[in-house]
Design a protein around this ligand. Sequence first.
Ligand code: DX5
Ligand code: ZN
Length: 224
Amino acid sequence: MDKTMIISPSILSCDHANIESEAHKIQSSDADWVHIDVMDGMFVPNMTFGLPIVKAFKKHTSKMLDVHLMIATPDQYAEHYIKSGAGMLTFHQEACTHIHRLIGHIKELGALCGIALNPATSLSTLEEIICDVDMVLLMTVNPGFGGQKFIQNSYSKISRCKEMILRRGSKALIEVDGGVDDTNAYALGEAGVDVLVSGSYLFGAEDFNLNVRKIKWPKKVSEV
Ligand code: DX5
Ligand code: ZN
């Protein structure tokens, strides 16, 4: 596989006491985007950060901010996150009643739009909006925490999502989030994934950029 993955390091696992240097670490690496997990303690059983952290990364990096809203009322906050610097704004299908309306709202505000599905959520709703979104985020762990184990039966869902995208002529990217490392990056690319989110594997590494490279060009690096 010669594919180059889009790599989106999840700052959930970065050193929050040194945001500026962590932003520079990403900026000077081969990573493509910055993944920012916003959790509200309601949609998921954890709380993280909000608008000030998005603004801080916007100030210290030119990489696209890939904001993953794990909040109960994404329609209420979309505009604030886009105005704070989100280039891609992803909300959860499970948290939104008027999905078509929110997609239109995000696009009108000039951002790319992603829709996220928890591991147990069926792909079926996507049929109606797959040509309207820029990305589908398939959770490969239950959302809320970094460092969890990748759910192995995600591969079938990824393949079925890819099949739907091709069948409907959609340009949506597939992003996966949770438990991504150099043991599964290659297989994920083969299954149809375009964007890898990775937190603990990248920020826990001695050499951040070596690990970025290992999952960005999985075959080439693992063969060395
Ligand atoms: C989990 C978050 C992820 C998390 C991934 O709810 O959405 O972005 O940071 O962390 P790892 O890569 O450690 O599983
Ligand atoms: Zn995430």
